[in-house]
Design a protein around this ligand. Structure first.
Ligand SMILES: Cc1cc2nc3c(=O)[nH]c(=O)nc-3n(C[C@H](O)[C@H](O)[C@H](O)COP(=O)(O)O)c2cc1C
Length: 158
């Protein structure tokens, strides 16, 4: 198996797009992630994978809170902004409408839905960490379609 074939096969698995937001030392962090998935109903657990070199690891220690924001079909600009390594953590939030949870974690407005979670386990997975989060709060908007990621391209459900 070579790297390109691995990426191509995995890229054929269509996913939604999330932005994972977190907070540490007075800094709001956020990054685009398509590795989000639900794990367990009892208790409510989810996971996502994050590159070991990413800035957001600083705000994701055991017990820290984070929010999974599920992006809507009108939020491709937010997807790009939160994946842009040239932007500082605060620049990523510029012109993005947000509110905050009681734990001071940013919720991105007009998303399909969001879940607030607490980091429960961190598992090593090669060059990524797998974060398992316990869900504490959440909300869903009505009549919003999700953004789709497929073969390295942003797509919409028609
Ligand atoms: C659609 C899309 C999905 C992504 N999914 C992930 C992911 O699941 N895990 C990851 O580590 N990076 C992912 N990335 C890349 C990160 O968003 C990007 O490297 C980001 O700059 C990391 O931010 P940070 O270093 O500030 O934490 C994705 C990028 C895009 C465009």
């Amino acid at each position: 198996m070579n790297e390109n074939l691995f990426k191509e096969i995995c890229g054929n698995y269509a996913t939604g797009v999330t932005v994972i937001t977190s907070f540490n030392n007075n800094i709001n962090y956020g990054f685009t992630a398509n590795s989000f998935t639900s794990v367990s109903i009892s208790p409510f657990l989810i996971l996502f994978c994050l590159n070991k070199k990413a800035n957001s690891n600083k705000a994701l220690n055991i017990g820290n809170h984070f929010v999974v924001n599920i992006l809507s079909s009108s939020q491709s600009n937010i997807c790009n902004q939160f994946a842009n390594n040239n932007l500082s953590p605060s620049e990523r939030f510029s012109e993005v409408k947000t509110s905050s949870t009681k734990n001071d974690i940013k919720i991105i407005s007009d998303s399909v839905g969001w879940l607030e979670c607490k980091v429960k386990n961190i598992v090593e997975g090669g060059d990524h960490f797998v974060y398992i989060g316990e869900v504490e709060m959440g909300n869903l908007s009505e009549n919003q379609n999700p953004l789709i990621y497929h073969n390295s391209k942003i797509k919409k459900i028609i």
